[in-house]
Design a protein. Structure first.
Length: 262
């Protein structure tokens, strides 16, 4: 895949997407937005890809939106920022919607839009040098990328307000204690751990993971009664798949199932 702002590789049913603007601390520009959207869509359509790892090149995961491209000094800064965000929101939403599990391997600062990008992923593994920050208020702005939606739901209103009002950074360990980081590892073990987890998920029942991801996303805005109905429908569909038949047979034969997206 020919890209300018990201690097894309595949190995053993795992796609690795690396933000590749290290000289800009992997700040998000419109080229990166377009390439990320195309890349995630490609992974969705590619049956060989069963898990995705997202990380950054260099010492930062992602420093947020590239304000140099917003050109606030132009005669229509309001229109320009709206255009920039209109380009950015689709890929963030697609990461949440893609049926494959997405693991953020956060290798350094994840600030602003980079924080939102990490939180858009299903799981977060962070190196000890990682940090997370919502710096918008400190430069006279309000959050974007879904931060004002995601953080209160993950942390509660008070903790979310603290992070967004103060712009204080939290390190990987604090993120783990708050509950939005799944695992903290040594810097030199980050991609090893992320790839190991991705391969574990890639050899699991990925249709079941896809349905579970869909249920988690629905749970943010459904009643318990509606959610239970979706659970029932999901289970009924999964019982018709080859994964379930294989798993039952393997259980009876005391073997490990060979899961397929069927």
């Amino acid at each position: 895949m020919d890209c300018k702002a990201i690097k894309y590789t595949e190995s053993e049913n795992v796609a690795t997407i690396m933000l590749n603007r290290p000289e800009k601390r992997n700040a998000i520009n419109e080229t990166m937005m377009e390439e990320l959207l195309n890349c995630v869509n490609f992974c969705e359509e590619n049956a060989n890809i069963r898990a995705i790892v997202l990380t950054g090149n260099g010492k930062a995961f992602c420093s947020g939106g590239d304000l140099d491209e917003v050109e606030l000094s132009t005669s229509s800064p309001c229109l320009r920022i709206k255009r920039f965000l209109n380009a950015g929101h689709p890929f963030l939403l697609e990461i949440r919607r893609v049926s494959k599990p997405v693991i953020a391997a956060v290798n350094g600062p994840a600030f602003g839009g980079g924080f939102a990008l990490a939180l858009s992923c299903d799981l977060i593994i962070a190196s000890k040098s990682a940090s997370f920050k919502s710096p918008y208020v400190s430069i006279g702005l309000s959050p974007d990328g879904g931060l004002s939606y995601i953080l209160p739901r993950l942390l509660g209103d008070k903790r979310a307000a603290w992070l967004m009002f103060t712009g204080d950074a939290v390190d990987a360990r604090e993120g783990y204690e708050m509950g939005f980081v799944n695992k903290v590892v040594e810097d030199n073990e980050l991609l090893i751990e992320a790839n190991a987890l991705a391969k574990k998920l890639a050899t699991s029942a990925t249709l079941a993971i896809a349905r579970t991801k869909e249920l988690i996303n629905r749970s943010w805005h459904e009643s318990i009664e509606t959610q239970m109905e979706y659970e029932k429908q999901s289970l009924a569909r999964l019982f018709l798949t080859g994964d379930v038949r294989e798993a039952i047979t393997a259980f009876r034969d005391k073997q490990k199932p060979k899961n397929k997206r069927s």
